[in-house]
Ligand binder design. Structure first.
Ligand code: FE2
Length: 492
């Protein structure tokens, strides 16, 4: 392996820190590398071409009070593949907040579990304002650029997908919305359009927009909601964009007093907005379904008169029944809602009938999983396979994957070795791919036994046999959340 250490970032955490999201599998990484001629077990396939990108939330300075993993600054990892070779780089996103805190040598913004007024800074971002936009949630590729997003609403930070040089923020011709963009914009690989929404605490509480393949904001409309909501993700079909108003949101009474606490209203339905891709506010069709909260959607497509939406129905979105006083490591108290096994997140299907206005819904699986990935060529179109993360118990980390055939209902599993955790697993179609699962699966692993990380490469047709190749990284990386695959054809 050839490795160049490019930078070492100045951090400021307590000595012997044992916070569960700043130690162990979440141990922050401060060194930035470029690496090539990487050590490989097995062989990197010749027909794997593109870049796998992963965002990791990395604690640099301790917030004034409590720390939550979503407070970490965005560090992106990039591994590019071409002609059976791989190159790797990792870099912090040089956000305005990251640079200001590096300069100050301490946190200037409060963590998300604290009131924003605890910020030392005089400005901020986010649906509740005065937060640090840390660009540490998602990473997507649009118009050949990597875009890093904030878990509430903020800027989209642009990076070179190979070198990870931060190139400023998206401007969209001067029309980037002042309300920002939520964590999960979506790119339709068939059209090159970027679809997004944002949300906030002032009416109309949500907006929806479309950015053209040329980088112009061509649609931006109000999506009026009954009050402030906490939507995390969106989905699309060929003709429709699907937004949501789910009954887990900021308690209005607390909000009126200036505080932010969540309430789940089991007496309210889940509501889904179907918006024609380039439609207006008046064109929105609303559908109702059973109350739940959904963190991530898998896919959606059109089927005759129906729009079909798959995602992860939380059967216990407020972590009810968890004994918060006993049998829970005190370090982990307050983080129960990060455990998908507690939330009982299971793949689910909604069918919205455009003729009758009715919704039908059904569970697709009894398996607790989340963070689904599909072959991006099937995004918004009919599909058969999703690859979902299996979630470790008691900590926000993944310890395996399930290939879910949503046509037959069959599921096949790969469990990581004891002490190894993996990441959201992306689907990389082979060059000249001939079938939906004629592809590779890529994931970064954290091996806590040997203190090392690999990029693990699986055959998507049968991930149960384990990695067919393992590419070693210079240093064990931190855990994190979202990832993406950009085929070489999207990077030109
Ligand atoms: Fe997410």
């Amino acid at each position: 392996m050839k490795v160049e250490l490019r930078n070492e970032i100045h951090g400021g955490l307590p000595p012997h820190d044992d916070h569960p999201y700043r130690s162990g599998v979440w141990r922050p990484q401060y060194r930035e590398y470029d690496a090539w001629d990487l050590d490989v077990e097995g062989e990197i396939p010749d027909d794997l071409a593109g870049v796998y990108l992963r965002n990791t939330e990395t604690a640099v300075f301790e917030p004034a009070k409590r720390y939550h993993p979503f407070d970490g600054d965005g560090m992106i990892h990039s591994i590019g593949f071409a002609n059976g070779e791989a190159t790797y780089a990792n870099r912090f996103v040089r956000t305005e907040g990251f640079l200001a805190e590096q300069e100050a040598g301490r946190s200037l913004w409060a963590g998300i579990t604290e009131h924003p007024s605890n910020a030392e800074a005089d400005h901020g971002w986010g649906a509740r304002s005065m937060m640090k936009d840390n660009a540490s949630t998602d990473i997507i590729v649009h118009r050949g650029e990597a875009l890093a997003s904030f878990y509430q609403c903020g800027e989209l930070y642009r990076l070179d997908p190979h070198t990870l040089e931060t190139k400023g923020t998206t401007e969209w011709g001067g029309f980037f919305p002042q309300e920002g963009v939520s964590a999960h914009p979506r790119v339709d690989e068939h059209t090159g359009e970027l679809l997004f929404f944002n949300y906030g605490i002032e009416a109309p509480y949500m907006h929806y927009g479309v950015v053209s393949p040329a980088g112009e904001l061509v649609t931006y409309i109000d999506v009026p909601l009954p009050g402030p909501r906490l939507p995390h993700d969106m989905m699309f079909t060929k003709n429709w964009t699907i937004l949501n108003d789910l009954p887990l949101f900021w308690d209005p009474e607390a909000l009126a007093s200036g505080y932010y606490s969540n309430v789940f209203r089991r007496d309210l339905p889940s509501r889904f907005a179907l918006v024609p891709r380039h439609g207006s506010t008046e064109d929105i069709r609303w559908f109702e379904a059973d109350p739940t909260f959904v963190l991530h959607w898998t896919n959606a497509y059109e089927d005759g008169d129906e729009v079909v939406l798959d995602g992860f129905f939380q059967h216990n979105p407020t972590a009810r029944g968890v004994d918060r006083t006993a049998n829970v490591d005190s370090k982990h108290k307050g983080f129960e809602t990060l455990d998908m096994n507690v939330l009982q997140a299971r793949q689910h299907r909604w069918r919205f009938n455009l003729v009758t206005g009715e919704t039908r819904e059904e569970p697709l699986s009894e398996t607790c999983s989340e963070f689904p990935m599909i072959n991006g060529q099937h995004g918004g179109r009919s599909y058969r396979y999703s690859y979902n993360a299996l979630c470790a118990r008691g900590i926000f980390a993944f310890n395996g994957l399930v290939k879910h055939d949503v046509e037959t209902g069959s599921e096949t599993f790969w469990h990581a070795p004891e002490g190894t955790f993996v990441s959201e697993t992306v689907v990389a179609p082979r060059l000249s791919s001939t079938a939906e699962d004629d592809a590779y699966l890529l994931t970064f692993s954290c091996d806590m036994v040997n203190d090392e990380s690999h990029c693990e490469i699986f055959d998507a047709a049968d991930p149960t046999v384990g990695p067919i190749a393992r590419v070693r990284l210079p240093e064990r990386i931190s855990s994190g959340t979202h990832a993406t695959w950009a085929p070489a054809s999207q990077l030109t």
